[in-house]
Design a protein around this ligand. Structure first.
Ligand code: NAI
Length: 335
């Protein structure tokens, strides 16, 4: 298949070229994000490979269809950025990478918790300056604390296992409870009970119209004083303005984010020489108890190799009907 790869970074190129040795597709790498303005680059390419901040809305899908694209190959698990209705209307198949390394994201989530709690980032900076004072670095034992896990799919389950290993109690919430999670000692509860009972809350559910701003001002109000909130899923799950108010009042004791509502304008680029125009994001960075990483939860060698392999496998399945096509349809949104 001739495939136009958008939002290409050097590491994408390396992993896709490596995996392509077994698939033999014709790959063209484009650095720009997929937008209505750049969609024309895909003209004549049967496949378009897109990442999380590429725009796959109705306008773009229409342009891709006009240019002869038949398959959109998402190199991500999440598909909230795709207009599936427009894709179906234009007879464009959409495939994703349902699972690559749940460990990568779950371990990153625990890394955020450990760093926020024990303040590794501040300790590192201090020690390098010859400052060995401990004031301000006080943390708490994770052992015995209650962790609330919203969404116990692939990543949430691994996260529960990690948290159980630390000796945490686990409250879980998911419309489809999982026996493996129960066997770890987790108790499935309603969202309100989870918010009210957890010392640490980790979000591992997809962004859908129903879960948009799941954490809003009312949710923050219900949480424990000093709660640690972790979001490695999708920015839109959290109302950023509401959590900023929660941080200012002290209700939220620490916030770890790997995703941000308006990340498309910021993440994956080196903007160190420019002035950040997003005042809400800039405010987040002023808090000593906020740690933001730029959507790097997936970023391990194992995950990149698995993403590349499944993405190109999807192209092979779409083209030759060989192997499994991990298609996403409107049914997945309803489900
Ligand atoms: P998954 O599909 O295996 O699990 C999602 C779980 O959320 C399912 O069990 C589902 O029943 C549950 N869920 C759906 N609606 C819910 C609701 N309203 N309340 C509670 N639970 C609900 O997905 P997986 O692989 O575990 O990924 C989770 C999310 O992590 C993805 O949707 C994606 O947005 C994000 N992600 C982030 C990455 C990063 O680099 N930061 C990388 C990969 C995924």
């Amino acid at each position: 298949m001739r495939i136009a790869v958008f939002s290409t970074k050097p590491y994408d190129r390396t992993s896709l070229e490596e995996a392509n040795r077994d698939h033999g597709h014709e790959l063209a790498f484009f650095e720009p994000r997929l937008t209505p303005e750049t969609a024309a680059l895909a003209e004549g390419y049967e496949g378009v490979c897109a990442f999380v901040n590429d725009q796959v809305d109705a306008r773009v899908v229409g342009k891709l269809a006009e240019g002869g694209t038949r398959t959109v190959l998402l190199r991500s698990a999440g598909f909230n950025h795709v207009d599936l209705r427009a894709a179906a209307e234009n007879d464009i198949a959409v495939a994703r990478v349902p699972a690559y390394s749940p460990y990568a994201v779950a371990e990153h989530a625990m890394g955020l918790i450990l760093t926020l709690n024990r303040k590794f980032h501040r300790a590192h900076a201090r020690v390098r300056e010859g400052n060995f004072a401990l004031d301000g670095l006080l943390g708490f034992d994770l052992h015995g604390k209650t962790v609330g896990v919203v969404g116990t799919g692939k990543i949430g389950t691994v996260f529960c296992r990690i948290a159980a290993g630390f000796g945490c109690r686990i409250l879980a919430h998911d419309p489809y409870p999982d026996d493996e999670v129960r066997e770890l000692g987790a108790r499935y509860v309603e969202l309100d009970e989870l918010f009210a009972g957890a010392d640490i809350i980790a979000l591992h559910l997809p962004l859908t119209p129903e879960t948009h701003h799941l954490v809003d001002a009312a949710a923050v109000e219900r949480m424990r004083e000093g709660v640690v909130l972790i979001n490695t899923s999708r920015g839109g799950l959290v109302d950023t303005r509401a959590v900023i108010e929660g941080l200012k009042s002290g209700k939220i004791g620490a916030l770890g984010l790997d995703v941000y509502e308006e990340e498309a304008d910021l993440f994956f680029e080196d903007l160190s020489g420019t002035v950040i125009q997003d005042d809400v994001f800039a405010r987040l960075l002023t808090f000593p108890n906020v740690l933001v990483t730029g959507h790097q939860g997936f970023f391990t060698r194992e995950a990149l190799a698995a993403i590349a392999e499944t993405t190109l496998g999807n192209a092979t399945a779409a083209e030759r009907g060989e192997g499994e096509l991990h298609a996403v349809t409107l049914e997945d949104v309803k489900g």
